[in-house]
Design a protein around this ligand. Structure first.
Ligand code: SAM
Length: 280
């Protein structure tokens, strides 16, 4: 029996179901249930919430989310070998765990979820950034989720919370911080996982803001930011040449010196620039 529920320890689960980790699926499992419960607690008050979990694997974080009081967990897992282990968890928490076998990049989970909804996942690294960008760029804002609590390689986590002037500052920071509060809430060494990955990891908690921090059209902001950081070493007047023919005037209208580089420009100034670019 484990410390958080009446199910067997995860090492036994892995042995019983022969869940040898597969690199191709980004499988680095968390086997310490105290740690998975701690990660679940970072997701906020789960009582009364549906939680979307991507990549439950043998179910360590799933068990943490359920034991921390999630109303329901919807888990999407690509590896069919994990399904019997997850079925045991579903039996232990009747009516509270639904598992969908498939690729999270191809499944729309919304029809299976009832608000309020939180997302929590120890993501496979190969799909983590792609999913984050999708969660941050829905057609309408606020999004369907209240918060995202996600494991990333530490380097990616730093890119999400980066401030202007730092090397990590770029598109991901601007995208995340424009419409969400983003914080690193936990750092984990490679040894926290089985097998240990080559890099350290961190859990990032993002809370959706009711509306964007500064007004801007999402598509224009995205275009400006992409162009600015595609050539981050260049001055903005050169990097943004293709965005508008009179870009120097528009930069000045937004209060940005045309000789500045993308790395130094704040989110607020990028939003002002997006408005200036969108202006007639
Ligand atoms: N959550 C488990 C844990 O913390 O121990 C497993 C985490 S492991 C880093 C990533 C999990 O995501 C694996 O179980 C893997 O099979 C699954 N996975 C990989 N690609 C996926 C995809 N595209 N859609 C859904 N699950 C995926």
């Amino acid at each position: 029996m484990s410390t958080i529920d009446n199910l067997p320890p995860l090492r036994d689960v892995i042995n019983t179901h022969d869940l040898r980790a597969r690199k191709s699926l980004g499988q680095n499992f968390l086997l310490d249930l105290n740690l998975t419960a701690k990660i679940a607690r970072q997701a906020g008050d789960l009582t009364g919430c549906d939680v979307l979990e991507i990549g439950p694997g043998p179910g360590g974080l799933t068990r943490g989310l359920l034991s921390e009081g999630a109303r329901r967990v919807l888990a999407i897992e690509k590896d069919p070998r994990c399904l019997p282990a997850l079925a045991e968890i579903a039996d232990a928490y009747p009516g509270r765990l639904q598992v969908i076998e498939g690729d999270a990049l191809e499944i729309d989970p919304l029809q299976h979820l009832t608000p309020p909804i939180r997302v929590a996942a120890n993501l496979p690294y190969n799909v983590g950034t792609e999913l984050l960008v999708r969660w941050l760029t829905p057609k309408d804002w606020p999004p369907y989720w209240q918060s995202l609590t996600l494991m990333f390689q530490r380097e990616v986590a730093h890119r999400i919370v980066a401030e202007p002037g730092s090397k990590a500052y770029g598109r991901l920071a601007l995208l995340a911080q424009w419409r969400a509060d983003a914080q690193i809430v936990l750092n984990l060494p490679p040894e926290a996982f089985t097998p240990p990955p080559k890099v350290s990891s961190a859990v990032v908690h993002l809370t959706a803001l009711p509306q964007p921090r500064f007004p801007a059209d999402a598509a224009v902001l995205n275009r400006v930011v992409a162009a600015a950081f595609n050539q981050r070493r260049k001055m903005l007047r050169a990097a943004l040449k293709g965005v508008a023919p009179d870009i120097e005037d528009r930069l000045l209208a937004a209060g940005i010196q045309p000789t500045e580089r993308a790395e130094q420009v704040s989110l607020e100034a990028f939003c002002a620039l997006a408005r200036a670019v969108a202006a007639p």
